[in-house]
Design a protein around this ligand. Structure first.
Ligand SMILES: Nc1ncnc2c1ncn2[C@@H]1O[C@H](COP(=O)(O)OP(=O)(O)OP(=O)(O)O)[C@@H](O)[C@H]1O
Length: 374
């Protein structure tokens, strides 16, 4: 069983509809129930700021600060983390647009928010992800990249450097006579970064597939078959060096085409994550709404287990409105599966009765108008 990582304290200041909040927690799961608009998802979002990135809503920080607050927002958490107890403080200094997020670990400023992954991993499932299978491929790429990031924090740096290089190439190609040496240097860089990104994604899919095959759980949640398409599809199994050479020469050959299109038409930014319902052997997008939800739950739980297996520490799990679409049997199975992961999970819903099967395994809290009570 992986070690448990859990929050023992959470304090918010001027965060969404919370002027101030101070919560003491123990290592149990946390169930947050309350009416629509009470502030349940806001609290989950605050916890998602304990991982790199812009949180589970991908919001602009200016929108996160409480309306009417003079300054920015802050989130403070005491965590029994992967490297022992740690105090994490994060937030913005002002409410203007374009602010970056600051991070302090045990009172000391951190260089980047990526340092959070040394202490805990936070994974989430929200209703906004329900359209994952039917929505644009960019949503699935972002989902996959978050999976990769949770095990390989370098993946984010590679992706943003690739993006920067690609933008430079697009700009150069739009010039009348671009400098060929400069273009070639950028394309070299793109080939190296792009292939690293694709291989990291493939590695994640391989690990997840192996785990799903090892842990058939008797069918409470369906399992997914995952594959990638859209980039270097005809080069499976080639070593990294050959892949780089292929992509590099395709970029060179594609200059005129990309210049005409005004963008780069080949690369890891064009990959799509293909998801199939394994037991039904059917594309996820053709499954029913309920089947898609169950498939997504199964996928996120498998990923959480993988993170626990690989790091030796169970991730903190944020499950927003997870119980609403599940029947009683599935709900009980979900709680058991979540519990077996060995971490701390935060779950929300409008009705406390839905979480009865969790019993004493969770601390049950009520949220109303930006306040939390037992
Ligand atoms: N920056 C902000 N300042 C003040 N209030 C905000 C801010 N951003 C959002 N809110 C308010 O926070 C409230 C709570 O939102 P939240 O999404 O957490 O609700 P919820 O309890 O999850 O509800 P539901 O059950 O409907 O999903 C909303 O009424 C919203 O208007």
């Amino acid at each position: 069983m992986p070690h448990k990582v859990y929050l023992t304290r959470l304090k918010l200041n001027d965060f969404r509809n919370y002027a101030t909040l101070s919560l003491e927690l123990d290592q149990r799961h946390v169930v947050l129930t309350g009416e629509n608009g009470a502030g349940k998802t806001n609290l989950m979002e605050a916890i998602s700021f304990l991982s790199p990135g812009r949180g589970l809503r991908r919001a602009a920080y200016a929108d996160v600060a409480r309306v009417g607050a003079a300054d920015g927002f802050s989130v403070f958490a005491a965590v029994e983390g992967m490297d022992g107890p740690v105090e994490i403080g994060t937030g913005t200094a002002g409410a203007e647009e374009g602010q970056s997020r600051r991070l302090r670990l045990n009172g000391t400023p951190a260089r980047t928010v990526d340092e959070l992954t040394d202490h805990l991993r936070v994974l989430w499932l929200t209703p906004a992800m329900d359209g994952l299978f039917t929505g644009p491929s960019s949503d699935r790429r972002r989902f996959l990249d978050r999976l990769v990031l949770s095990l390989d924090p370098e993946h984010g740096r590679r992706a943003s450097e690739f993006d920067r290089a690609m933008r430079s190439r697009n700009r150069l190609l739009s010039e009348f006579r671009p400098d060929p040496a400069w273009l070639t240097a950028i394309e070299r860089e793109m080939a190296s970064l792009g292939v690293s990104m694709a291989l990291a994604r493939l590695e994640m899919l391989g690990l997840l597939t192996a785990l799903v095959e090892r842990n058939q759980d008797g069918g409470s949640f369906p399992s997914a078959s995952l594959s990638l398409a859209g980039f270097l599809d005809d080069c499976h199994g080639l070593p990294a060096y050959d892949l780089e050479e292929r992509y590099f020469s395709r970029l060179i050959d594609g200059r005129a085409r990309d210049a005409a299109a005004g963008r780069t038409l080949d690369g890891p930014h064009r990959s799509d994550l293909l998801i199939r319902h394994r037991e039904k052997d059917m594309e996820a997008e053709r499954c029913s709404t309920g089947e898609q939800k169950a498939l997504l739950v199964g996928l996120v739980l498998a990923h959480a287990r993988l993170v626990g297996d690989m790091t030796g520490h169970a991730p903190v799990l944020l499950l927003d409105e997870i119980a609403a679409h599940l029947d009683q049997g599935r709900r009980a199975a979900l709680f058991d599966r979540v519990d077996e992961l060995g971490g701390q999970a935060f779950m929300t819903g409008t009705d406390r009765a839905m979480f009865e099967a969790l019993g004493e395994r969770a601390c049950h809290l009520t949220v109303a108008s930006g306040r939390v009570s037992a």
